[in-house]
Every structure is written in C-alpha cells, then in structure tokens.
Write a protein that binds this ligand. Sequence first.
Ligand SMILES: [Zn+2]
Length: 443
Amino acid sequence: MRSFSLLRWALALLTAGPALAQTPAPNAIRAVKCGRLLDVRTGRIVANGVVLVQGETILQAGANLPIPAGAEVIDLGNALVLPGLIDAHTHLLQNYRPELGGDDNNMLLTVATLSTARRALLGAAMGREDLEAGITTVRDLGNSGHNGDVALRDAIAKGEVVGPRIVASTRALAAAGGQFGQLTPAAQALVAQEYVAISGVEEARRAVRQALYDGADCIKVIVNTDPRVVSLAEMKVIVEEAHREGRPVAAHAIGDEATRIAAEAGVNSIEHAYTVPDDVLKMMAAKKIFLVPTDYPAEFYTSAFPAPASATPEQRQQYQQGAQGFAAGNNKRLARAVKAGVRIAAGSDEYYQVPGKTRGQSSLQMFRAYAAAGLSPLEIIRAATLNGAELLGLKDKIGALAPGMAADLIAVEGDPLADITALEQVRFVMKGGKVVKNELRPK
Ligand SMILES: [Zn+2]
C-alpha cells in the first residue's frame, strides 16, 4: 500500500490546518509586551508589563522584565493584559432558539433531531465564539448528548479544533425524567441522551462510576426539577464516589430543600440557587462551597427572549416587570451570599442563541448582573479567574499569570477595574501559548 501512504502524506501536507501549523516550537520564547498588566491576586495594575511565554506555559510575568535575545515580541501597545476568563457553567453543545419555545420544546427538538456527532460540531462553533470573546476555559455542565463534551474536549486538547479548555461533566445525574416536563412513554426514551436517571444510592453510585468511565472531569447533578428531588442519601454517595477520584460535584439546586440537600452533602458548587435560605448560605461559606450565580441583567432576558409579537401592551409591560423582578431578586440573593462569606465562581449558563451576539459576547453579560448585585470589578474578575480555576480543580494551571501556569491571556483597551464592561471588548487572546486573535497589532 505504498502508493496509498504516499497519497496520504501528500494530502496531509496540503490539508494541514493553520491551527496545527501555528503550534509554537517547544523552546521558542515569546514576549507579550503591554502597557498595563493586571495581577488578579493582588488586584494591582503594573505599568510596562511583560509576559514571557515558552511553548504553552508562562515563564515569568511582571513589570519591565528583560526580553531574552531572539525572543519573538508581541507588542500590545497600551492594552491591559489579564488571565483568560473562565466560565464555570456553560453548555456548548446546546444552542436553543427562543422562537421555538422554552427549554422543553428546544430540548426535545435537540435530542430528537441532532446526533451527538452533530452536536459536537455545534459545540466546536460555540467554543470558538467563547474563546474569541476571551473565555479560555469552560466547565461544560451537561446536555451534550452521549459524551459529546468529552469528544470536543479531547479534539480541542489535541489541537484538531480551536476552542477553550473544557472541563467536561458527561451526562447529568437526575431523578426520573431529568429536566424534561411530562413526556409520553415513547418520548421518555430520549431522556437518556441528556440525563442518567437515578433512584436509590446504588444507582447513584453506579451513575458516578459510569461518568468516570465515560471521561468526566466533574459530576453534574440536577438536584431538583419540581416535584422530583435527588435525596440527601443519594447526594452523599455521589459526592463520596466523585471525591474519591478527586472530581468536583456541581449541583443544580433551586429553593430551600434542594440547596440544603446539596450543601449538606458537601458538593463543590451550587449552581443557580435563585432562591436559597440564609442557613444554607452559612453552610456553604463554612464548607467552602462555591455559588455559581447564573445571572443576567433584566435587559438580557427581554432582548434574548422577546415577548411574542401577538402580546398586548399590558402583556409586554407585565413581561418587562417579570424580567426586572427576576433580575432584582437574583441581585439580592447574590449580595446575601457574598455578605455570608460564600465564594463566587462566574458561570453564564448560556445555551440560547441571543440575537446579534456570539456565544461568548452573550455569556459575558453575566458580569453586568454581578456588578448590579454590588460586586466590585476586581471581585468579578476574580470570580472569572482565580475562583473558577479553584472550583475546576485547576488552580495550579490557570486563572493567574504566574511561572509554570498555562499561557492563557487576554487583553483589553479599556480599564475593567473602573468599568467591568471593558471585558466585553477583548482584543487579544492567547491560549496555551497560541495566539487565537490579535486586533492590537501596531499600526
Ligand atoms: Zn445549566
């Protein structure tokens, strides 16, 4: 089969993609120069920043560092450089369309019409949009078909697809029916693509072991979809099995009962918690359980999910007030959580196509909600860097610009410490030492 081998070799030369061709030589040193460098640990901005990168990692970051002879210099002018952002809660393999209805309609159409392979390709597009907006790492929390998130994670890690680092959960564990509303028996067969139904502690244990076998980096549990709730005994076994292998547990929980079960079981993060009592917040602070507040400003909800064309003016007003009330309630609970000492990791929970915005651009709107709840810009940046890295179990690899860490860095022209929306205009992205985007080339 020699001729076949030759043909393959010739084809490989012709089709080698730019992503693979751009892989930096392992020993090549690059110097990223910037007017301002943000140290997210101290909260200080230093002038004349330099980040020395070798291969995929950071050698050194600081002010006025000498640039080694022969190093390639990437001059970002007066831009401000900070670590790549981390979205601790997203769903790359879902991109629902509001005009098709709510979650149930979209979820059914997705599982009935898109194969996992097709969804992985959708995820590649969503991941690219996240990365170009400055999100260099995501934790993908389910609704990915049968392990489509693992396939995408591995393809990105191998450089076959350009995208963010992915921490994958595989299918979420849930009570019967997952997050679907009532379905016919025939349609219920589709639920298994999205959720592993558990009932009883041994099923919970088996589901975690299956997730580990499937390649999960973390475990996602839907603690409640009213009136179905995963019990405390089941949650404890899930946490025990996951923690034995060092995998964090993310719990979708809303309301008194579910958030308390999640906190008592000792999960690593509680997602959403749109309503959560004070004693649970206290327990979360004591146990160092992160809150991932998947919040947006009211304008986000009304632009992403506009009222139907047939709505009367009164209905429109009600709709507007509903969005404002929801956002205001979320702001209050986030402020209560911060006051109680609960640590925050940023998470968008983005899975709808927002008109006129890429996936990354719409995800970053979450920062506006955090600001409205009273978080300072530095607290928000830490939620999306240091805290996210710790929650994902990657604090030695990402979330800060320090020697030995992955060279994941982004740059903006504005001052995000004065106005957090400056992060919505990321002009330069480097992930793992590779430049993904650079709109700051000297003119
Ligand atoms: Zn979610």
